[in-house]
Design a protein around this ligand. Structure first.
Ligand SMILES: Nc1ncnc2c1ncn2[C@@H]1O[C@H](COP(=O)(O)OP(=O)(O)OP(=O)(O)O)[C@@H](O)[C@H]1O
Ligand SMILES: [Mg+2]
Length: 332
């Protein structure tokens, strides 16, 4: 049998944070995959561990973060065990991340063009090339045009504070695309931007990744955006993926009680007032509940939910980590 690798496969990933209160057990065995050229969305309430998961993939957790278990396979190789050289190639050539806050992603004391030159130069060197400054600049100006930045020359010579939020995010997207050959991680790329340009930025990302045939992980609270941009959606709750399905399926027929609550609490364009949302809140990671972490908030919780973490049950179109679906699992 030929084994085909996923581009990215996260297996049973556990991450904790050391704090003065004690150890926060945030990621509780995260499982997910991304295929070559696939666009995957991740949705879930604030604090459920989305950014922690992405930072672990790039090994950029803050110093109090620790991986306590699991594997992150990229093209079959475990990122968590890579040496500096191999990790550098991943970060500079293969995977790039766009963050929520473009201001924090850019160094305030250097001109935008200088920062970009530096990143692009290292990336080229890893490819075995030795570009001249002029060649680098030309490529950067082309990238700026591609992300539709007005007046690329001026942007090149600006400090970050001289640009608007939307312009800064375009610069970050251009930088990410200059290095990401395979996977782009966009972690709420539009949250900090004006509503009027959120849509433009998301469209731009979609357009650029389609053209390059990149894989994407898009994290967003804007469910409408996720719906329009990705092929498959994972739903995350308190350190676990709890459901995954093709995007249309997921929105048409959410299965996990958490997903149902999450989708029902999203503001509807058609009006109808403010929905009630899901009662309760994300658990305290110092002492998270046993079993399914959603059980204290779930109105269908059974005894087993308080005792055992549910695995993914395979329902064909959906995979759901919820004991309610044990009997429906196709594999038994
Ligand atoms: N450096 C840290 N030290 C301690 N706890 C942290 C640290 N970073 C994150 N956390 C905690 O880990 C949990 C998950 O945070 P994370 O940022 O991964 O969530 P998220 O799903 O990205 O949320 P959001 O949607 O608000 O961005 C939260 O409870 C958060 O407070
Ligand atoms: Mg986050």
């Amino acid at each position: 049998m030929i084994k085909i690798n996923h581009l990215l496969e996260v297996r049973d990933l556990k991450v904790c944070y050391r704090t003065y209160r004690g150890i926060l057990k945030v990621l509780n065995g995260v499982n997910f995959t991304v295929e070559k050229g696939e666009k995957v969305g991740i949705i879930g309430e604030s604090g459920c561990g989305k950014t922690t998961t992405m930072k672990t993939i790039l090994r950029i957790l803050p110093s109090n973060g620790m991986v306590c278990g699991g594997e992150i396979l990229y093209d079959g190789r475990n990122i968590l065990e890579m040496g500096e050289n191999e990790l550098n190639i991943i970060r500079r050539r293969k995977i790039a991340m766009i963050f929520q806050d473009p201001t924090a992603a850019l160094n305030p004391v250097f001109k935008v063009g200088e920062q970009f030159m530096d990143i692009l130069k290292h990336s080229k060197i890893l490819e075995g090339k030795k570009p001249t400054e002029d060649e680098l600049k030309e490529e950067i100006l082309d990238m700026f045009k591609e992300v539709m930045l007005p007046d690329p020359e001026r942007v090149f010579d600006s400090y970050p504070f001289q640009l608007s939020g939307g312009m800064k995010q375009r610069v970050c997207i251009a930088m990410a695309l200059a290095t990401a050959q395979e996977l782009l991680i966009a972690d709420e790329p539009t949250t900090n931007l004006d509503v009027t340009i959120q849509d433009q930025i998301l469209r731009l990302i979609k357009d650029l990744v389609d053209r390059r045939n990149l894989s994407v992980i898009l994290i967003s609270h804007a469910l409408g955006a996720v719906r329009g941009l990705v092929d498959r959606v994972y739903v995350m709750y308190a350190g676990n993926m709890v459901e995954v399905a093709d995007v249309k399926e997921l929105f048409r027929e959410p299965k996990h009680p958490y997903t149902r609550g999450l989708l029902a609490s999203a503001p509807k364009l058609t009006g109808g007032g403010i929905s009630k949302g899901i009662p309760g809140r994300i658990p305290d990671y110092l002492n998270p509940p046993n079993g399914c972490r959603f059980n204290p908030r779930c109105d269908q919780a059974m005894e087993i939910c308080r005792e055992e973490v549910p695995p993914f049950f395979d329902l064909g179109s959906h995979k759901v980590a919820c004991w309610l679906y044990k009997e429906e699992d196709e594999n038994g």
